[in-house]
Design a protein around this ligand. Structure first.
Ligand code: NCD
Ligand code: ZN
Length: 342
C-alpha cells in the first residue's frame, strides 16, 4: 500500500537557533515537508525585517531543501512601514502572541487596538496574521479555557479586517473549530499532530506531552480529528513542532511547553487518520489546503514528492547533536507509516 502525497507542507514550525537549529531543521525534510512556515519566537524575537532575513539565510545554510516561509513577531517595533518592507522581501506573515501565554512570548501583545493600523496595512499588503489563540491566565482563565475565551477576539479581528487572512494556530477545542467554520473564507486554522492523539490525561504528569495550548477533552480531540479528516480548506497541517532540550523538560520548577514532532510529522498525521478510519482527505490536509491558503505555487517546491508507505517507523528515544538532547513525541513507539521522497 502506498499513497502519493505530492509535496506536503508543515505550516507551523519552531526551528530555533544554534545547535538546536542544526539538529531540528534537517528534520523538516525527513519528516516529509517540502515547505514550512517558520515561527519567529527566538530570543530576542524576530521583530524586524533584517533579523528575519538573516534567520532565513541561516536556515537555508543548514538545509536548503525545504522552502521556508518567514514570519515577523508582533511587537511595538512593528509599524505599517515594517509591513510594507516585509511585503517587498517576501515575508509571508506576522505572528501574534498574547504576552506571557507560551514559550518566548514575554514581548507579545497586551491589547490589540494599538495594532489596528498594522493589521490594516497587512490586509492591504495581503500578509497573513497568525494568532496564538489563548488569553493569558488571570482570574478564572486557565490553560483549559484560555482558547475558548480568546475566540471573541478572533471574531472581532475578522469583523474589523474581513479581507485579512487570519490563521488560528494549533486549535485544540470544539469551540475553536466551530468558530473558525463560522468565519468567512479568510479565516483558517492549523491542527498539530499531537493534538490528534492527546487529551488532558496525557500531559498531566508527562512533561513531554505538555505544550501550549494544552490538549483538552476527548470530545475536543474528536472535533479536531473530524475537522482534519473533513477535507475542508479551512483546516490544514501545522505541526507546532517545538523542541526543548531534555533538561528544560525535566529539571527546574516548570517544564517548558512544546512537543517535538518534526522528525516524523507526516507519519504521525497518517497514523491519526488511519486510526480514525478515514485516509481519504489526507493529501488535502497535509498538502493542498495549506498551500492554497498561503498562495504557494507547487512549482516553487522542487521536483521530489512524498510517498506514504505502510512500513514500521520506530520513533527514537532521543535525538541529539552537539550535546543537545530532544525527546520526540511517542518516543520508542512504532508507527505504521513511513515517508519516502521519490
Ligand atoms: C512553542 C515553543 O516552544 O516555542 N511552545 C508550545 O508549547 N507550542 C510556542 C508556541 O507555539 O506556543
Ligand atoms: Zn508554535
Amino acid at each position: 500500500m502506498s499513497i502519493d502525497l505530492g509535496r506536503p507542507g508543515d505550516f507551523h514550525v519552531h526551528l530555533r537557533d544554534g545547535a538546536m537549529a542544526e539538529l531540528v531543521t534537517p528534520q523538516v525534510h525527513s519528516g516529509g515537508a517540502s515547505v514550512c512556515y517558520v515561527m519567529p519566537n527566538l530570543v530576542p524575537p524576530l521583530d524586524n525585517v533584517p533579523a528575519v532575513l538573516d534567520y532565513h539565510k541561516k536556515l537555508q545554510a543548514i538545509d536548503n531543501r525545504p522552502k521556508y516561509l518567514m514570519s515577523l513577531y508582533l511587537s511595538p517595533n512593528i509599524t505599517p512601514e515594517t509591513i510594507r518592507e516585509a511585503k517587498s522581501k517576501n515575508i509571508y506573515g506576522v505572528k501574534c502572541y498574547p504576552a506571557g501565554v507560551t514559550t518566548n512570548s514575554a514581548h507579545g501583545v497586551g491589547s490589540y487596538e494599538p495594532f489596528f493600523p498594522v493589521f490594516a496595512e497587512m490586509e492591504k499588503c495581503d500578509l497573513v496574521l497568525n494568532l496564538h489563540g489563548e488569553c493569558p491566565s488571570t482570574g478564572n482563565i486557565n490553560v483549559m479555557n484560555a482558547e475558548p475565551e480568546f475566540l471573541p477576539t478572533l471574531k472581532m479581528l475578522h469583523q474589523r479586517f474581513p479581507k485579512l487572512r487570519i490563521i488560528l494556530e494549533h486549535c485544540t477545542t470544539r469551540a475553536a473549530v466551530e468558530a473558525v467554520k463560522e468565519c468567512g473564507d479568510t479565516v483558517a486554522a492549523t491542527i498539530t499532530c499531537h493534538h490528534l492523539f492527546l487529551t488532558v490525561d496525557s500531559w498531566g504528569g508527562n512533561a513531554f506531552n505538555f505544550c501550549k495550548p494544552v490538549a483538552k477533552f476527548p470530545d475536543d480531540r474528536q472535533a479536531l480529528i473530524d475537522a482534519a479528516t473533513s477535507g475542508s480548506p479551512k483546516f490544514f497541517f501545522g505541526s507546532d513542532s517545538a523542541p526543548h532540550p531534555l533538561e528544560a523538560k525535566t529539571k527546574g520548577k516548570n517544564a517548558s511547553a512544546g512537543v517535538f514532532t518534526q522528525n516524523a510529522s507526516i507519519a504521525y498525521i497518517a497514523e491519526a487518520f488511519h486510526q480514525s478510519g478515514n485516509m481519504e482527505n489526507l493529501k488535502k490536509f497535509v498538502t493542498d489546503n495549506g498551500k492554497k491558503f498561503y498562495k504557494i505555487d507547487d512549482s516553487e517546491l522542487g521536483k521530489e514528492t512524498v510517498r506514504l508507505v505502510k512500513r514500521p517507523n520506530k520513533i527514537p528515544e532521543v535525538i541529539e547533536h552537539e550535546g543537545v538532547v530532544v525527546v520526540p513525541f511517542m518516543a520508542g513507539e512504532t508507527l505504521e507509516y513511513s515517508v519516502e521522497w521519490v
